[in-house]
Structures are given as C-alpha cells and as structure tokens.
Design a protein around this ligand. Structure first.
Ligand code: HMG
Ligand code: MG
Length: 310
C-alpha cells in the first residue's frame, strides 16, 4: 500500500500545517557536514513535495553548530535559484548577529529559540533562563520593525536530561514571555522525546488557562521513545493544528544529551491521511526525498513509513 485507508475521527481539525524542520533540526545533528549543494537539493525537493513551510538552516555561531556554518552560502544559493520563495524559508537566529546575517539576505521569517530550563539555556545559548530574553528582545523588535515575523521555540517543554520533569507552568511562563516580545507562534519542543499524551493535553490546557489558545501553538516532537504520533493525536484533540516534523526522521540537538530524531514527516503524513486530515503533502515524493538523503548520509532512514514504502 502506498497510502493508508482513510477513516476520519470526529472532533479533530480538518486541516493541519506541517512545518518541515529536516534541513535544520535534521542536519544540525549529523556527524559529518552535508555539502551545501546537497542541502539545497534537499530543500528544493521538500518544497516540491508540497511541504508548505521548510525551515532551511540556522544563523548561529558557526563553531557551536559547524554542520550549519554554510547558512549564508546555502541561503544565497537558494535565493539565486528560487528568488523570493527562498526568502520565505524560515531560519533560526539566536541573537542580533544572527539577525544581521538573515537581514543581509532579505529573509522574511526567523525563529528565536528559548529554553524552559536554566541548565539547557546555559548549554544551548551560553546564558541563563532570564538573560536569554535579553538576547531575544532586540532581535524580535528589530525583526518586527522590518516586517520580518518571528516564531518562538521553547525547548525542554516536558522533561530535561539534567533537571528532570518540567512543569507546564514553567513552560507557559517562558512561552508567554516570547509571545509578549512579539512572536506570532510558539513551537513547544519535546527536545528529548519524553512527553506522553496526557502531558501534551495538560500543557496545551495550561496555555489555554493563561489565555494562549491552540491556534498560537505548534508542537515539536522528537521520537526518542516512540511517543510522537500518540502525542500528535493528543495535540489534535486539544485543537493544535501546526506540527513540526523532519523528513525521514532526521534530527536531534547537539547540546541536548539523548536528543534523537524528530517525528518523521512521512509518519505524520501517513497518520494524518488515515484520519482524513488535509495536509497538502505528497507522501511518495517526501519518502523518495528521504531515501535519496539516506543514501547521501550513508544510513537508512529511521522512519517506519519510509522503510515500509521502500
Ligand atoms: P556566545 O559565545 O555566548 O556568543 O554564543 P557571544 O554573543 O559572546 O559572541 C561571541 C562571538 O561569536 C562574537 O565574535 C560574535 O560576533 C560571534 P567576536 O566578536 O568574538 O569575533 N557570534 C556569531 N557569529 C555568527 N553568527 C552568530 C553569532 N553570534 C555570536 N549568530 C550563541 C551564544 C547564542 C551565539 C551560541 O550559544 C549559539 O550559537 N548557540 C546555538 C546552539 C544551537 O544552534 N542549538 C541547536 C538549535 S536549538 C534546537 O535544536 C531545539 C529546537 O529544535 C526545539 C527542540 O527540539 O526543543 C529548536
Ligand atoms: Mg528539535
């Protein structure tokens, strides 16, 4: 079978946006740097497969994430090739220097990435929980002044490898700060994949109680313990309609102990198609892209759907 049978479940959203993070979250964690032309081809193929949003790279410190040190070359090449379409690909920027680099290429969508925990803020951003906001505040203000919109990620929303369980209230406090700065959407990251379905519902409900509805939220699951699709189901039941995923299940965070691949885009597409939820993605095209990328990386995709389709 190349597509699942469809049986809608009452009460779920009719349409979902898949926010593809393979070229960024996926490739930031590879042992060897992927050549820039292969990254560009990956992005082009993901767009051709119908993915509506393709996060392309990060303008972070090149020695912190050497795998993405070619961010400017990648984006300049994509702008030459795709024109304004490339300027609509979102990129991560942690600070003013990162935003300057994105501005230099005329990019129109950026994301800042905060931590819900003190320890991970230190490990990932080299500053504490409180001072991360001092770094983001001018970035978001300058971006918005220039008509560039800003997504806000929050990492370690369920558990943290150093601090253990993370309470929803702690995540809401960090997320609200990002929204107050001017982020248009929050992506709630289960960086190490320890979230489970009831916890997802509690977290979305805690945001709701603080006045932040599911339409402002995205869910970003890593599939370390195989819970990502169950967690998506819980998110759908709670009304969230944007899900981050990574083609082939690539991914992880180099600064988070035990972080593994993201929820695979193909697994998500299969799941949503089975529920009759509209997503606009061509499953066979994205799976073929993951097979192609797996050949370049020299190991098979961890996605169950990619393997089954192959
Ligand atoms: P720092 O060392 O504290 O930076 O790093 P600094 O502000 O002290 O600057 C030191 C030098 O770095 C300066 O150069 C800066 O210009 C330069 P000098 O004046 O000494 O010659 N510099 C830069 N150069 C290029 N681009 C930049 C940049 N910034 C400073 N943007 C910093 C602080 C935030 C930069 C560093 O910690 C960093 O780059 N961290 C990024 C870590 C990262 O990318 N992690 C993975 C992404 S997050 C993730 O994967 C989670 C997510 O998927 C959600 C989830 O799963 O939970 C989003
Ligand atoms: Mg991630």
């Amino acid at each position: 079978m190349s597509l699942p049978m469809t049986r809608p479940e009452p009460g779920l959203p009719a349409k979902v946006t898949i926010y593809e993070v393979g070229a960024r979250d996926g490739l930031q964690n590879e042992q060897t740097a992927v050549p820039t032309d292969v990254k560009a081809e990956f992005v082009r193929r993901l767009l051709a497969a119908g993915l509506p949003i393709v996060e392309a790279t990060s303008f972070v410190h090149p020695s912190w994430v050497p795998q993405l040190a070619d961010a400017a070359d990648l984006m300049a090449g994509l702008v030459d090739d795709l024109g304004d379409t490339a300027r609509d690909l979102p990129v991560l920027v942690p600070n003013d220097r990162g935003l300057d680099r994105a501005f230099a290429l005329g990019l129109r969508h950026v994301a800042v990435f905060a931590s819900a925990t003190e320890t991970f803020a230190n490990k990932n951003l080299n500053r504490g929980l409180e001072s991360q906001f001092e770094m983001f505040e001018p970035v978001v203000a300058r971006a918005l002044d220039s008509g560039v919109d800003v997504r806000g990620y929050v990492s370690m929303c369920f558990g943290d490898p150093w601090e253990g369980a993370v309470e929803p209230e702690q995540v809401v406090a960090v997320g609200k700060r990002l929204l107050d700065l001017g982020c248009h959407q929050l992506s709630l990251g289960d960086t190490i994949g320890v979230g489970t379905a009831g916890h997802v519902k509690d977290l979305v409900a805690a945001f709701g109680a603080a006045g932040v509805g599911p339409e402002r939220l995205a869910l970003h699951f890593h599939d370390t313990y195989g819970q990502a699709l169950a967690n998506v189901h819980a998110g759908l039941q709670a009304g969230v309609t944007t899900y981050d995923a990574s083609a082939g299940g690539l991914g992880g965070c180099p600064y988070a102990k035990s972080a593994t691949g993201n929820l695979a885009t193909e697994d998500l597409v299969w799941f949503l198609t089975g529920l009759g939820i509209e997503h606009g993605v061509d499953l066979s095209a994205v799976a073929a892209t993951s097979v192609w990328m797996a050949e370049r990386l020299g190991r098979p995709s961890p996605s169950a759907v990619v393997r089954a389709l192959a």
